[in-house]
Design a protein around this ligand. Structure first.
Ligand code: AMP
Ligand code: ZN
Length: 145
């Protein structure tokens, strides 16, 4: 089975890692909705939240809460954050490996959110964020963990 997030876990695909601890990995989203967009995953492959063990479900959110606190404490602009899980393709899941989005919001950024939403269908054609920038943001967030 080919899964891009499993490839990241194995070290076979590039990622700007924020947190690598125990059963969980956090890295920058390659097509960020907004700056500082982080994904937290269980290292073990599962498509749906209900397929995770209860300890993995809890651990995923615990790791997400730590990352969100670090985002807030880092220089990456954030007022508050969204925690978001798209649990299955009908709910807009595009990578079939459970992931928790931590999406920083800043006051007055709604037009940017709408612009990102409008661009979403074409996102693969528009290109990914620069790796150097993602690495910089990952390091800044990791330093605040
Ligand atoms: P979802 O729509 O909830 O399945 O979100 C999947 C997210 O994974 C999207 O926001 C993508 O931008 C992101 N993504 C896809 N491939 C990669 C990758 N190789 N590295 C980091 N993020 C990725
Ligand atoms: Zn996977």
């Amino acid at each position: 089975m080919s899964c891009i997030f499993c490839a990241i876990v194995r070290g076979d695909a590039e990622a700007s890692v924020v947190l690598d601890e125990g059963d969980f990995l956090a890295f920058m989203d390659i097509y960020p909705f907004l700056p500082g967009h982080v994904l937290i995953i269980p290292k073990r492959h599962a498509q749906y939240v209900h397929e995770l063990e209860p300890a993995e479900q809890a651990g995923l959110f615990t790791a997400g809460a730590r990352v969100a606190a670090a985002v807030r404490a880092s220089p990456v602009p954030s007022g508050d954050v969204h925690f978001l899980v798209n649990d299955g393709p009908i709910a807009n899941q595009t990578v079939p490996h459970v992931h928790l989005h931590v999406l920083p919001r800043t006051r007055g950024d709604l037009p940017k959110v709408f612009a990102a939403l409008a661009k979403r269908p074409a996102v693969a054609l528009l290109g990914q964020a620069r790796r150097a920038l993602l690495d910089e943001q990952a390091a800044a967030i990791a330093a605040a963990l």
